[in-house]
Write a new protein. Structure first.
Length: 344
């Protein structure tokens, strides 16, 4: 693969492959480890991620790249090999989370709305991450639907930050994953699917206007949006077919065909729902861009549970990870079904 942004972006969304989001902050991975009664230390975090990255079946066949956390991109495996080199040996592209988190957006809605921070010093950090091996990056903007929300201020602020980040990434030779997430879970998630459609369309239109103004090359980026889906607390939950149909309609109305690929986040969906929705969309093709996955919990939950922090369970954890990776690979080709899901 060349170092051209367009070639890296195409490799990230190659047919049947998707991106593993392993960029959980120390606080988030501690919660995950608490659920399996494992103490979160630098060594246990390293051991867990090394288990995933050395899962040769999953990494070589189904995973195009991995989003890393700052700690992980600097870590070495137990045998002294850098985790970046472990991934590269499996044919996966190393990536890095570069935002510093969603913080309260000042103003009257600060208890609910956020803006993502991390632009200060980003040019210098990207140069360092490039030297450490990162060839793509990720920045997440969060949009919450509530009574009278989101505000234009919130949508605009997050879209502008995403565009500034994306421009800096491309300047550094790094492909930006642009992630505007309209939340489907949380305290306020009672909206129906039509409200999610309205806000997602508004958000994506705003993001692409900002990307255009920042002169970001659309051919050298990957979009990571939410699916159009009802909030978890909504009285009316849409069928998988309606989710797939409305998500595609929204994307076709907002995402230029020059974007090489869209790698969905799983949000608050179950593992299987995230897979089914992706497969239904791909089965309805042809589409102007590749549609694939960039899942974190929906790829890792089964593997984490199977591993449970025990060395003797590494093989079981890798099998669980490989199964979910394979199911999502099939979904990225529009070929997933329940029979294959249950065949594991």
């Amino acid at each position: 693969m060349t170092e051209k942004l367009e070639d890296i972006a195409q490799a990230m969304v190659a047919p049947g492959k998707g991106i593993l989001a392993a960029d959980e902050s120390s606080a988030t991975i501690k919660k995950r480890f608490d659920s399996i009664s494992v103490t979160s230390t630098e060594d246990t975090r390293r051991d867990y991620r090394e288990m995933l990255f050395r899962s040769s079946d999953a990494m070589k066949n189904y995973i195009s790249g991995v989003i890393l956390y700052d700690e992980t991109i600097r870590q070495k495996a137990k045998d002294g090999t850098s985790l970046v080199d472990v991934m590269r040996a499996a044919g996966s592209i190393p990536g890095i989370k570069v935002d510093t988190g969603a913080k309260p957006l000042s103003g009257p809605t600060s208890k609910i709305e956020t803006v993502t921070e991390g632009l200060d010093g980003l040019r210098e950090r990207l140069a360092e991450y490039y030297k450490l091996g990162a060839r793509f990056a990720k920045w997440r903007g969060v949009i919450t639907i509530a009574d009278g929300l989101p505000t234009w201020n919130c949508v605009k602020a997050n879209a502008h930050a995403l565009a500034r980040y994306a421009s800096l990434c491309q300047e550094a030779g790094i492909v930006p994953i642009v992630e505007p997430e309209v939340l489907m879970d949380g305290a306020h998630a009672s909206h129906d699917i039509d409200e999610c459609y309205r806000v997602t369309e508004w958000t994506l239109r705003t993001v692409f206007r900002e990307l255009y103004d920042a002169r970001v090359s659309l051919e050298g980026m990957v979009l990571k949006p939410n699916m159009v889906i009802a909030g978890q607390k909504s009285a009316r939950q849409a069928s998988p077919e309606e989710v797939a149909d409305k998500t595609l309609r929204c994307l076709k109305a907002t995402v230029p065909a020059s974007v090489p690929g869209i790698a969905f986040l799983s949000g608050g969906q179950s593992d299987e729902a995230a897979t089914q929705h992706l497969s239904l969309m791909n089965a309805s093709g042809p589409l102007p861009w590749a549609l694939t996955f960039s899942y974190g919990r929906a790829l890792q939950a089964a593997a984490l549970s199977a591993w449970s922090g025990k060395t003797e369970n590494v093989a079981a954890g890798q099998r669980a990870f490989a199964h979910r990776a394979r199911m999502n690979s099939l979904a990225a080709l529009g070929k997933w079904d329940q029979k294959q899901e249950k065949a594991a």
